[in-house]
Design a binder for this molecule. Structure first.
Ligand SMILES: Cc1cc2nc3c(=O)[nH]c(=O)nc-3n(C[C@H](O)[C@H](O)[C@H](O)COP(=O)(O)OP(=O)(O)OC[C@H]3O[C@@H](n4cnc5c(N)ncnc54)[C@H](O)[C@@H]3O)c2cc1C
Length: 344
């Protein structure tokens, strides 16, 4: 089929077997596995080619690469391997999915329209940014959104954590494994984190709380963070804190614009999947940070992309063989309570 954009979809077949939405680690891994299952997947990159990895300075915790590599280098390797086996990569953005009919319809902002028997959603997430001067300039050079990824670089150093919820508390506690001092800057005079985390934070003598305080500028020299300018939210007074690192945990936003009213999401807007990466709609799977708000790593997203493609392959085998599609999802496998799965 030629879609309305004039691209040739799937060698002239009118219906795609699988469309993968997103070009992060989950998407490219789903592409690799689906391609090796001879499904000739179509992967639509979205506007952030490579996903969050492409804005990561150095990746040191992805297995197989003992000498660290930059995020963009890893993205190129993901793409090369997925394409080698037949993944077709389209630089476009999905603007709409129609899921109440089968085959599903996928429309893009480039004007393409595809029909597809299955979809793997890997639209990922993004950290909520502070949006203050210096933040972008020093991302990967002292400003971080991931303690698991970057805490190691701050052994014996001073860091500040921005935020007051569970993530900020958890990540501050994690950072005390490395940093000599962790100051939590919080805009209010009490944390929002759960009681148990608060107790651990208050009991940890490496952590100090700086109440009623927001950062207004990240300062640095020679490519490294040297401090942060802050403002008191009550008095308005400005202050300068010397520090080596700024860890920002003020929220994590799933890229879910396509899904309200179509796919089930939890209270934070992540797609709900079972252990086979199935959403509530038969034929639609999800992998990576769009459905995982716990682990949020390249390695876990890759694993989920692999699982989604394997489950999709089984789904399509049943469909092509004319077997009744089993979508008997066990609600106990879900991370959150959910409604019954719609009939096929
Ligand atoms: C600064 C930073 C540093 C990090 N460092 C590390 C690290 O060192 N080690 C580590 O393991 N993890 C690290 N992470 C986390 C890691 O990058 C993520 O866990 C991982 O990228 C998630 O992969 P994903 O495929 O689920 O989604 P993402 O990487 O978020 O990719 C989502 C993809 O979906 C696409 N998309 C979204 N909407 C649409 C749409 N409508 N149509 C088409 N495409 C769409 C986007 O363009 C993007 O390509 C870091 C994250 C950040 C932000």
């Amino acid at each position: 089929m030629s879609n309305t954009n004039g691209h040739s979809a799937n060698g002239g077949n009118p219906v795609e077997d699988v469309i993968i939405i997103g070009s992060g680690p989950a998407g490219f891994t789903a592409g690799l596995y689906a391609a090796r299952a001879n499904l000739s997947p179509l992967l639509i990159t979205g506007n952030d080619y490579g996903g969050q990895v492409s804005i990561t300075y150095d990746i040191e915790n992805y297995p197989g690469f003992p000498v660290s590599l930059s995020g963009p280098e890893l993205v190129e390797k993901f793409k090369e391997q997925a394409e080698k086996f037949g993944t077709r990569v389209e630089f476009d953005y999905v603007s709409e999915i129609v899921v109440d009919r089968h085959p599903f319809v996928v429309r893009t902002s480039g004007g393409a329209e595809y029909l597809t028997r299955s979809i793997i959603v890997s639209t990922g997430a993004r950290p909520r940014y502070l949006e203050i001067p210096g933040e972008k300039d020093f991302t990967g050079k002292g400003v971080s959104y991931c303690a698991t990824c970057d805490g190691f670089f701050f052994r014996g150093k001073d860091v500040v954590v921005v935020g007051g919820g569970d993530s900020a508390a958890e990540e501050a506690l994690f950072l005390t494994r490395y940093a000599s001092r962790v100051r939590i800057l919080h805009r209010r005079d009490k944390l929002r984190a759960s009681k148990i985390l608060q107790d651990r934070v208050f009991a940890n003598d490496r952590i100090e709380l700086v109440w009623n305080t927001i950062p207004v500028e990240v300062l640095g020299e020679g490519g490294s963070v040297t401090g942060v300018k802050t403002r008191d939210t009550v008095t308005g007074a400005e202050n300068l804190l010397k520090t080596d690192g700024v860890f920002v945990f003020i929220g994590h936003l799933p890229n879910n614009d396509l899904f309200p009213g179509k796919l089930e999401m939890d209270e934070d807007g992540h797609l709900i999947t079972d252990r086979q990466m199935r959403t509530n709609v038969p034929g639609i799977f999800a992998a990576g940070e769009i459905q995982d708000k716990i682990f949020k790593q390249v390695a876990t997203s890759v694993g989920q992309g692999c699982a989604a493609a394997m489950a999709t392959t089984r789904f399509l085998e049943d469909l092509h063989a004319g077997h009744a599609v089993k979508w008997n999802v066990d609600p106990r496998e879900f991370a959150a309570p959910r409604a019954a799965v719609a009939a096929w």
